[in-house]
Structure formats: C-alpha cells, structure tokens
Design a protein around this ligand. Structure first.
Ligand SMILES: [Zn+2]
Length: 132
C-alpha cells in the first residue's frame, strides 16, 4: 500500500515533514507569493532540521525540472487527445498555462521530494523532541 502509515506519499502529497509526517514543511501555502515556497527551519512537531547545509534545497531544481518535463509531456498528450486538429501553438500556450497554474505547487513538490530523499519516516519522531 502506497498510502499506508509511514509511506513517503504521506509526506509528499500534503507537503508535510518527511520525518513525522505531521509538521508543516513550508512557511506558507505554495500559492502565498510573499513567502513563495519558503521551507521552514525545522519541524514544529519533531524538531527535524529541514536543511542539512546552506542552500540545501538548491538541488531540488533538478526534481522541479523532472516534474516540469513530465507536465509538458502530459499537457501535450492531453491537448493532442482533446483537440481534433493538433496545433503546436495551442499546445505551447496550454503548457504555459499549466506551468503558470501549477508552477508554485511543482516548486513546493520538488522541495518536499528532495527532502524525502535525505530524511525518512520515524515512527515515534514526535517523542524524540521531548527526550532530547
Ligand atoms: Zn516532523
């Protein structure tokens, strides 16, 4: 089961702490542009430091690039499927629209996926904070 307790999807989809899956990962929602997908310093629930080193999330742009390419392929496939006459220009605008709408979410997703490559779920991580 991919949605079972402890699965990385429980961290990635709601954009929550990769260690306890409860604490918030971002300062604000991806669509709040004042703090545009800014990652918090640490988890309020388990105390996990989200950044292992300065500019830790720089690497997440590779993930964002991958998601971006997947989105372009998907948008092209959908526009090819819905329109009887395939138009390169229409597809291009559809991709631009999809990027503009989903861009902030992709950015947030890329960061939480990146974080999940380095941190993993711990069953009692909430209690770790109290003991230390
Ligand atoms: Zn946490």
């Amino acid at each position: 089961m991919i949605f079972s307790k402890g699965s990385k999807f429980n961290s990635i989809l709601p954009i929550r702490c990769p260690q306890c899956h409860k604490g918030k990962f971002l300062e604000r929602s991806p669509y709040n542009f004042s703090k545009f997908t800014k990652v918090r310093k640490q988890c309020a629930c388990c105390g996990l430091q989200y950044s292992m080193e300065p500019s830790f999330y720089f690497g997440s742009m590779y993930v964002a690039y991958g998601i971006g390419v997947a989105l372009m392929v998907a948008t092209t496939a959908i526009s090819y499927w819905v329109s009887t006459s395939f138009s390169f220009l229409k597809t291009f605008f559809a991709i631009c629209a999809a990027m503009a709408i989903l861009g902030p979410y992709i950015n947030a997703l890329s960061k939480i996926i990146w974080a999940n490559m380095f941190f993993s779920y711990k069953e009692d991580s909430e209690n770790i904070k109290d003991k230390t």
